[in-house]
Design a protein around this ligand. Structure first.
Ligand SMILES: [Zn+2]
Ligand SMILES: [Zn+2]
Length: 644
């Protein structure tokens, strides 16, 4: 008897019954056998020692595969837990999953872990790896598992055993003196782990629920090669320097106040300046492209959200209603219903379409406090929203226009790299979606054609569409290659039906328009966060809150400094004079830290000759020059998109 194994290249191999993942890897080649960390067997991750059940398709995983790295790093989390139990025997184990770029493990301990603890734990992990302990897998009954973890005093594990659905297999993995409840898979032994690093520790609630006990989470990572670990740590350090929460504070851009509550952003004067520049540019671009810009209220009667359907499918992200004169009102989580009211306030004919209604609209969404993050996940934010009401035959051209608009805007903000996802229906389960087949097909064809006309490479995401229409989702790539949620273009068949909006066709009959919901920047908050990190806080000159800082060498140069400022302001530059009683070296350092693009040093000589000694951020001295010459030099960079 033998089993048939299908490899990813489509070839089929016969393997003896009882073959393990390791046997299959060895059959393919000795190099792969050495590098293998597990396999996907019919799509499910399995360990090397597991046998292959019957005929299966098998893809051998190495560290180079994301799924392979998960096995590798998840195994490292077991080593971490074993080390912690050796050094802190009273610690209670929670969970230890792999995450992007690493893993964590949660423990209940009497006090938070210190940096010294992490060093000691890492050393203990090194010993466990050196001992090359095999990980032994065992299937056990629910009763046995409960008894085992009760006996060990591991109450979170007992909870987890209770969670496993009836009928599902329960497995434990043992390595030396340590046993964990786990579905696997893992590396066959701890010695397969090469380079480890514990990164940080932080509090985290059991099950992510603030009513549950506070645990201590240790984050770490592991790699096969030292060079990979070093490169990763450097990337991490670079990301830390760019962290918008830290730069937001250091550069005086924004803050979140305990007094008002989490997730609610205060734009400080410098951040507000940047936002104003973004908004001015945004408005100009939208006017140019035929958008009508509006303002709408922040709250609306609950009936409106009933009609729109948000109460059915978006309720958990909405705040509770407030009562006003016996009627219930809700904070708006989206602007769409308001724009639809504007659309339907007049009789629309086919000649009026497309109608493009845009708004920098502030919305409020309930996000759990555990997921809030700086400017990226907040509870109140302003979307650069617009709704395009068009005839079905206009859809493709409108989509092309929107792609053109966002490509232009992203370039101006310095994002040249992005990826597009075309979110389509799952063809296997068309019933999940609202709207007729023909309408979907037409819309999907329009989106595809628009992407092709704009030469925008994309991946097709079958099953990624929302229930009410297909979409294009853009991910921006920043200077470190990290992805940020970017523009989205969403076709909608649902709201036009629910609100019963229409237009008079050429034939004199009523027809349904299509709605395209689209954001380019997403939200002002999140976009600002990505902009800060992409530029590491050193905004291009046109976006810098302060473009030029004049640095008088002594008090007697203040008047000349003010004159320089006045002249440059006439050219439209944003200028500050540093009037502090500090040494010039200190003033230069401070201006560099504040990431101001240009510093103009002025002393006796400059004042006498009507010049300024120019320093450029990061580049250093550009030498002395007349004020007018400097003004002419920076003029191109003051306009949106000015490169430097
Ligand atoms: Zn495990
Ligand atoms: Zn909308």
């Amino acid at each position: 008897m033998s089993i048939q194994v299908t490899l990813p290249d489509g070839s089929v191999r016969a393997c003896p019954e009882g073959s393990t993942v390791r046997d299959v890897a060895a059959g393919i080649g000795p190099g792969l056998a050495a590098a293998a960390v597990g396999a996907l067997v019919d799509g499910r991750a399995r360990g090397l020692a597991e046998s292959i059940p019957g005929d299966a398709s098998v893809a051998v995983l190495t560290f180079a595969d994301p799924k392979g790295r998960e096995i590798y790093r998840h195994t490292t989390s077991h080593v971490l837990a074993q080390a912690v139990k050796r050094l802190f025997p009273e610690a209670k184990l929670a969970i230890g999953p792999p995450i992007e770029d690493g893993f964590y493990y949660d423990f209940e301990v009497s006090r938070p872990f210190t940096p010294d603890d992490l060093t000691a734990i890492e050393a203990e992990m090194g010993r466990i790896i050196e001992d090359d302990l095999p990980l032994e897998r065992r299937e056990i009954s629910r009763e046995e598992a409960r008894g085992l973890f009760l006996g060990l005093g591991e109450r979170f594990k007992v909870d987890l055993v209770e969670d496993i659905p009836e009928g599902e297999m329960i497995t434990i993995y043992k390595q030396g003196d340590f046993t964990d409840l786990c579905a696997g898979p893992h590396l066959p032994s701890t010695g397969r782990i090469r380079k480890i690093k514990l990164l940080s520790a932080a509090g985290a609630y059991w099950r992510g629920d603030e009513r549950q006990p506070m645990l201590q989470r240790i984050y770490g990572t592991s790699f096969e090669k030292e060079s990979e670990l070093i490169a990763y740590l450097q990337r991490l350090e670079e990301a830390r320097k760019r962290d918008h929460r830290r730069l937001g504070k250091e550069l005086g851009l924004y803050q979140i106040h305990e007094e008002t509550g989490p997730g609610l952003v205060f734009w400080y004067p410098k951040g507000a300046r940047v936002r104003e520049l973004i908004e001015d540019f945004w408005r100009r671009e939208h006017r140019k492209r035929g958008y009508d810009l509006v303002y709408t209220p922040h709250i609306g009667k609950i009936d409106l959200w009933e009609t729109s359907g948000h109460l059915d499918w978006f309720r958990e992200n909405m705040y509770s209603p407030m009562e006003v004169e016996g009627k219930e009102y809700m904070l708006k989580p989206m602007n769409c219903p308001f724009h639809i009211l504007i659309y339907e306030s007049e009789t629309r004919s086919y000649r009026d379409l497309p109608l493009r209604i845009g708004e920098l609209g502030t919305v409020y969404r309930y996000e759990r406090s555990g997921v809030l993050h700086g400017l990226l996940r907040v509870r109140g934010f302003t979307q650069d929203d617009a709704h395009i009401f068009c005839r079905p035959d206009q859809l493709e051209d409108e989509l092309v226009e929107v792609i053109d608009l966002f490509q232009h805007m992203m370039k101006v903000f310095g994002f040249d790299n992005y990826e597009a996802l075309l979110a389509l229906r799952d063809p296997q389960s068309k019933k999940k979606y609202i709207g007729e087949d023909a309408v979907w097909e037409r819309a999907e064809a329009a989106l595809t054609a628009a992407l092709q006309r704009k030469n925008l490479p994309y991946t097709r995401g079958e099953g990624d569409a929302k229930f009410y229409g297909p979409a294009i989702d853009i991910t921006l790539k920043d200077a470190l290659g990290r992805g940020w949620q970017g523009p989205t273009i969403q076709v909608d068949f649902n709201e036009p039906e629910r609100f019963g909006i229409n237009y008079m066709g050429e034939d004199g009959a009523r027809h349904r328009p299509v709605i395209v919901h689209r954001v380019v920047l997403g939200s002002m908050e999140r976009f600002f966060g990505s902009l800060i990190e992409h530029h590491a806080g050193a905004f291009p000159t046109w976006l810098a809150p302060v473009q030029v800082r004049v640095l008088p060498i002594a008090d007697r140069h203040h008047d000349y400094g003010a004159e320089v400022r006045r002249k440059l302001e006439e050219h439209g530059a944003r200028v500050e004079v540093d009037r502090r009683n500090e040494k010039i070296g200190y003033k230069i350092r401070d201006a560099e830290l504040q990431k101001i693009p240009y510093m103009l040093v002025v002393g006796d000589r400059e004042a006498a000759e009507g010049k300024v000694a120019v320093r450029q951020r990061e580049k250093g001295d550009l030498g002395p020059m007349p004020v007018e010459e400097f003004a002419a030099r920076i003029a191109p960079y003051l306009r949106p998109g000015g490169a430097v």
